[in-house]
Design a protein around this ligand. Structure first.
Ligand code: ADP
Ligand code: 5GP
Length: 243
């Protein structure tokens, strides 16, 4: 094939860009609906995978080991920390929580975005370690809704709920650190906003620089070849007819 036809063929074929997957970090005061949103988002989209954290917290009714969390003893959590098996970890309320580093590796090899439902301290660490991470802060639509949702979950004692609200105070001060903020008023609206963020972030040049570079260079070569040939006929019909 002549180099002119080579350039034409490469430039006119349909190509998808190879895009780097990135972690999506969700933070919110306890009771906002972060876990509900993260789970529903992952259920809807095959390009996402949920990051199952390790925790020393006992399982709530209905929670499954290895699905909602990896429920571990204090000794096992210490071992995970010591051996560098955690990408980040933090004490939240009374318990310790950590993201197994292998979650990120597995998601990346599968070409999927890892969705992390973690606290503000963890979000800072992940954003430092993984520069491509996208962080979203979720807010409840108001204090009454927050109280209602905490009560609806019914998983904590009055004392525990008060402690979660004290933690919420500290977390709310971190809102300005986040590039994206969504109010989880109606679940459907919050989900749509999260999907819009994911879709826009996928198209960042930085996530597919090499692939975009090749496509743009091939397109430029094809345009030049077409112009050199006097601009006769459409490039694609020339390729389709095998000229
Ligand atoms: P978080 O993970 O932020 O602590 P959860 O996902 O456990 O919060 O949600 C707390 C409670 O609020 C749950 O009972 C959940 O069903 C409810 N919830 C979540 N999102 C909404 C929403 N948009 N409207 C009403 N209730 C919600
Ligand atoms: P819960 O006990 O309600 O499931 O979670 C309490 C808090 O711990 C939530 O803010 C949740 O996002 C956070 N959390 C869960 N897993 C992790 C984790 O792996 N790392 C950190 N830093 N926080 C986590």
């Amino acid at each position: 094939m002549s180099s002119t036809r080579d350039a034409t063929r490469r430039g006119s074929g349909r190509r998808a860009l190879a895009r780097e997957p990135f972690p999506l970090v969700l933070c919110a005061p306890s009771g906002t609906g972060k876990t509900t949103l993260a789970r529903e988002l992952v259920r809807r989209r095959s390009d996402l995978v949920f990051s199952v954290s390790a925790t020393t917290r006992p399982a709530r009714a209905g929670e499954r080991d290895g699905v909602d969390y990896r429920f571990v003893s204090d000794a096992e959590f210490d071992r995970l920390r010591r051996t560098g098996a955690l990408l980040e970890w933090a004490r939240v309320h009374t318990w310790r929580y950590g993201t197994p580093a292998e979650n990120l590796g597995r998601a990346q090899s599968a070409g999927k975005h890892l969705v992390l439902d973690i606290d503000v301290q963890g979000a800072r660490k992940v954003r430092e370690a993984v520069r491509s991470a996208v962080a979203v802060f979720l807010l409840p639509p108001g204090f009454d809704a927050l109280l209602e949702r905490l009560a609806a979950r019914g998983a904590e004692s009055e004392r525990e709920r008060a402690q979660r609200l004290r933690t919420a105070l500290a977390e709310l001060r971190a809102v300005p650190e986040f590039p994206y903020v969504i109010v989880n008023d109606r679940l459907g609206g919050a989900l749509a906003a999260l999907e819009a963020i994911l879709d826009a972030e996928r198209h960042r040049l930085a996530r597919s620089r090499a692939s975009v570079g090749r496509l743009a260079a091939d397109l430029a070569a094809a345009v030049e070849a077409h112009l050199r040939a006097g601009g006769r006929g459409s490039t694609s019909s020339a390729v389709r007819s095998g000229l």
